[in-house]
Design a protein around this ligand. Structure first.
Ligand SMILES: Cc1cc2nc3c(=O)[nH]c(=O)nc-3n(C[C@H](O)[C@H](O)[C@H](O)COP(=O)(O)OP(=O)(O)OC[C@H]3O[C@@H](n4cnc5c(N)ncnc54)[C@H](O)[C@@H]3O)c2cc1C
Length: 481
């Protein structure tokens, strides 16, 4: 689609995180100027940690749908990731996964991929490209503390700089990308705007993550090792995942729902990994050296702020976690937001940003991919003991049984594997799972028997044959290396 001549609009994006920069990339071709306001005092020009990105200490899967969307917004960004050590991991065969129905085979056509990289690296490459756009600027050390305007129009924001000075910044469009702690529902009320309805489903997930040095010979070509929880068991769920990232490291995230939360104690870390439904992750970790400390994170509730249902003032939209934050174990936050950014770009191509009603249309478009990821997450999280939010309905139970049946069929059915990974990779909406061919395959079940253990290659098995570096309960080896 050809872009309309760019409008004279000035956009102010609140938050210079991943989604703020993607929103800037989405809008830059259609407007005069984009100014990103970021609370952090600086944004690093290398793939290094920053103060207000605590989740970067945790493993981040970037699924193909999200990576494709970022590539569409910023052609070349995938090459930037790979050039500095990120891995392009083929899916489904580059994943060793133990679903509730059994071990997945790894002998299918690779139809998707995911990017194995630290969150710092993913954000850095995106940021570098966005900040090179001629009409995008970032102002760091700037804390946004409210909206300016009224119930009909947002006209700008109030900010405080590092000296505590308060001032106003005018904007034709304000884009809230301040993440899961966004205050914009309150800010909208402060200017007489609408009450935003919120839905929360909180399985009480706590994350504990640590980097390890990949054992010799596993630095490249290593699969994701993923032991998901089974929400159908009526017990707290534990998830254990290893992802290869840059610098010859594995990023490991363990998590547990309410009643099975991991702690930050390094001595207990690998013991906790052993409590997952299969000890495979723990077995690999016992053969790897830790490369850092354990970080924990607990603000993981699924929280949807339904901006798209409200009568929003013109000149305001919310994107990314500020609108929909998801339980991270499904790995969809970045991808849903990137797809939302593509939808925002398309809307800005169709409707001038200054036109009345642009914000409302854009908010609807952004909500679609987020809603798809939301359904996948809450469809499982509602079943964990003590989950906060609406209880599962008979319809929820029926869908959960169908998903289990699909996982069962995926043990030995190429079509079902393909469709499940289409949805998991966020390249297709979930309704492809209701296609008649998929329904039939689910009814027939797998055409091959269950595997009695993980489908490992000789190289992967050889690592397990090495003597463990630690026995359980022993203090971890010196992380300095
Ligand atoms: C433990 C964990 C693991 C995760 N794993 C995955 C995964 O595997 N795959 C995946 O796709 N997603 C994952 N996610 C989700 C992903 O991290 C989020 O979806 C993503 O960070 C959202 O980006 P954002 O830009 O909306 O928010 P953020 O990344 O939180 O950025 C918000 C930005 O706004 C700035 N800001 C905040 N308030 C203000 C203010 N008042 N003024 C100015 N600036 C402000 C902050 O400094 C920050 O830079 C995970 C999340 C967590 C917590």
């Amino acid at each position: 689609m050809t872009a309309l001549p760019s409008s004279d609009a000035r956009v102010v994006v609140l938050g210079g995180g991943l989604v703020g920069t993607l929103a800037a990339a989405a809008l830059a071709p259609s407007v005069r100027e984009v100014l990103i306001l970021e609370h952090d005092s600086a944004l690093p020009d290398t793939p290094s940690p920053r103060a207000r990105l605590p989740q970067a200490a945790h493993a981040h899967m970037l699924w193909a749908g999200g990576a494709d969307a970022m590539e569409e917004l910023l052609p070349g960004v995938t090459g930037d990731w790979l050039a500095v050590g990120a891995h392009r991991i083929p899916i489904p065969n580059g994943m060793v996964s133990f679903s509730a129905a059994g071990w997945f085979r790894r002998s299918w056509a690779d139809t998707h991929y995911l990017i194995g990289a630290s969150r710092n690296l993913i954000d850095w490459a995106v940021r570098e490209r966005v900040l090179r756009l001629p009409n995008v600027r970032v102002q760091t050390g700037t804390k946004v503390c409210g909206l300016e305007g009224d119930a009909a129009h947002v006209l700008g924001v109030a900010v405080r700089d590092t000296q505590g000075e308060r001032r106003l910044i005018a904007a034709d469009l304000v884009v809230d990308a301040t993440g899961r702690n966004s205050k914009s529902t309150q800010w909208l009320r402060d200017i007489g705007g609408p009450q935003i309805r919120e839905t929360v489903v909180d399985a009480g997930v706590r994350y504990a993550s640590r980097k390890y040095w990949a054992p010799q010979g596993t630095e490249t070509g290593w699969p994701v090792i993923h032991i998901p929880a089974d929400p159908g068991q009526g017990e707290p769920g534990i998830v254990a995942t290893i992802i290869s990232i840059e610098n010859g490291q594995w990023h490991v995230s363990l998590s547990g729902t309410r009643g099975a939360e991991p702690c930050a104690d390094e001595d207990l870390y690998e013991e906790f990994a052993r409590r997952a439904r299969h000890p495979l992750v723990a077995e690999f970790l016992a053969r790897a050296e830790p490369a850092g400390e354990v970080s924990v994170f607990s603000r993981t509730a699924n929280r949807r702020r339904h901006f798209e249902q409200a009568r929003l003032p013109d000149g305001f939209i919310a994107v990314g976690d500020a609108a929909t934050s998801l339980n991270p174990v499904y790995g969809h936050g970045m991808s849903a937001a990137a797809l939302g950014a593509v939808a925002l770009r398309e809307q800005a191509r169709r409707t001038p940003v200054l036109a009345p009603g642009f914000a409302s249309k854009a908010q609807h478009a952004i909500a679609r991919p987020a809603a798809a990821a939301w359904m996948l997450a809450v469809g499982q999280d509602r079943f964990y003991p003590g989950a906060i939010g609406r209880r599962p309905t008979p319809a929820d139970r029926l869908v959960a049984r169908y998903v289990h049946r699909l996982n069962h069929a995926a043990i030995g059915n190429a079509l079902v594997v393909r469709k499940l990974t289409d949805v998991m990779a966020m390249r297709r909406p979930a309704h492809v799972l209701a296609h008649p061919g998929v329904l039939l395959a689910a009814a027939l079940g797998p055409s091959t028997p269950q595997l009695d253990g993980p489908a490992l290659t000789p190289k992967e098995r050889e690592v397990l044959a090495r003597p463990p570096l630690r026995t359980l309960g022993a203090a971890p080896a010196n992380p300095a290396k």
